[in-house]
Design a protein around this ligand. Structure first.
Ligand code: ZN
Length: 356
């Protein structure tokens, strides 16, 4: 006998509305930047073997580069397909951070930020922007921060890892950046810390023979996580409790390791202490995005560590497909309330975009 099916007796009268999204790690490149072999003439560092950028094969890199330079039809079409209302654009790695000469970094940052503001203004509300910062000159960086936010209307800043200063690598816990952090706090705009290839000495010490691991596959995560830990344990958020930091890729491994890191830190013999635990700074001062890490297990770990109020949607365009990011988050095993916060609500609140 055939299975007797229950009749369909009714359901919602309206189909579910597609989840609105703000995507916040979406990259462009300065159109004046020529990047032979997808390397960069902006002063960044090639991957160890010098033949590819951040471990990408040439076919992949060529398409990424074309997508990167498209600030019109193709990008908007992909945003529409992914249900992204607003993309917050930022300069990709190979940015001003790699310019060793402070004066050159200052003029490059001003030029790139002005270009970005023009693109935002001409986008009909589809783009917002994160400014590039010439941290090689902390006073000028603070000045450019004020100009970018108050005059150009950008929504925060993106910093691609450490900044070159001559032969030095300068990280954001450096005391020279105290006025910069104070200004970020006063302006109430976030700083997005994006990965950068580890310094050449690090590459030579631990990645020799394995250039495929230097970039997005692995090297980005420990480089960026270490930078965050320098800030946390260097007391940046104790001195600037109103500062907001964003990190991508669902936290650059930190949600997974937070408990272990904190426990080991507490018996350090260097008299180094902070007011709160790493987990608390992650919940209070640090936001995570989904960029380039469309993975349920990582998302659940992040949710259990920082909660749904501190996770935001991002695709990492052009390195990833915005449509893949959207399909994943729309089906992820989380509550609809959390999904709404992650896709739209948290970014709208943090960037002052409510109603956009
Ligand atoms: Zn990125």
């Amino acid at each position: 006998m055939a299975i007797r099916q229950l009749p369909v007796v009714g359901g919602p009268t309206e189909a579910p509305v597609r989840q609105r999204k703000i995507a916040i790690e979406e990259h462009f490149v300065d159109p004046q930047q020529v990047r032979p072999n997808f390397g960069d003439s902006f002063g960044g560092e090639f991957a160890q073997d010098g033949s590819s950028y951040a471990g990408f094969n040439p076919e992949f890199a060529e398409v990424v580069e074309a997508r990167m330079r498209d600030l019109r039809e193709g990008r908007i079409e992909e945003m529409d397909a992914a249900g992204i209302d607003v993309a917050i654009l930022s300069h990709t790695i190979g940015g001003v951070e790699g310019i060793a000469d402070p004066a050159a970094a200052v003029s490059a940052a001003r030029r790139v930020n002005t270009f970005l503001a023009e693109e935002v203004a001409g986008s009909g509300g589809r783009f917002e922007g994160l400014a590039s910062m010439p941290l090689q000159d902390p006073d000028e960086a603070t000045r450019e921060l004020k100009r970018a936010i108050t005059e150009l209307g950008l929504r925060g800043v993106m910093v691609n890892g450490y900044s070159n200063l001559g032969d030095d690598k300068v990280y954001l816990d450096d005391e020279r950046f105290e006025p910069f952090w104070t200004t970020l706090e006063e302006l109430q705009v976030p700083l997005y810390l994006h990965p950068r290839l580890p310094a050449r000495a690090v590459q030579d010490a631990i990645y020799h023979g394995h250039p495929e691991l230097v970039g997005a596959a692995w090297g980005f995560a420990p480089e960026t996580a270490t930078h965050v830990l320098r800030m946390v344990y260097g007391g940046v958020f104790d001195r600037h409790p109103g500062a907001n930091l964003i990190i991508g890729h669902l936290g650059e491994t930190l949600p997974f390791f937070a408990g272990r890191i904190q426990r080991a830190f507490e018996y350090n013999p260097y008299s180094r202490r902070t007011r709160k635990r790493l987990q608390d700074y992650l919940s209070d001062n640090i936001w995570l995005t989904t960029s380039g890490n469309f993975n349920d297990q990582a998302l659940i770990t992040a949710l259990l560590t920082v909660g749904a109020d501190h996770i935001m949607f991002a695709s990492d365009y052009p390195y990833d497909m915005a449509t893949d990011a959207a399909r994943w988050i729309e089906a992820a095993p989380i509550s609809e309330n959390d999904r709404r916060k992650i896709c739209y609500g948290n970014a709208a609140a943090l960037f002052g975009l409510a109603g956009k």
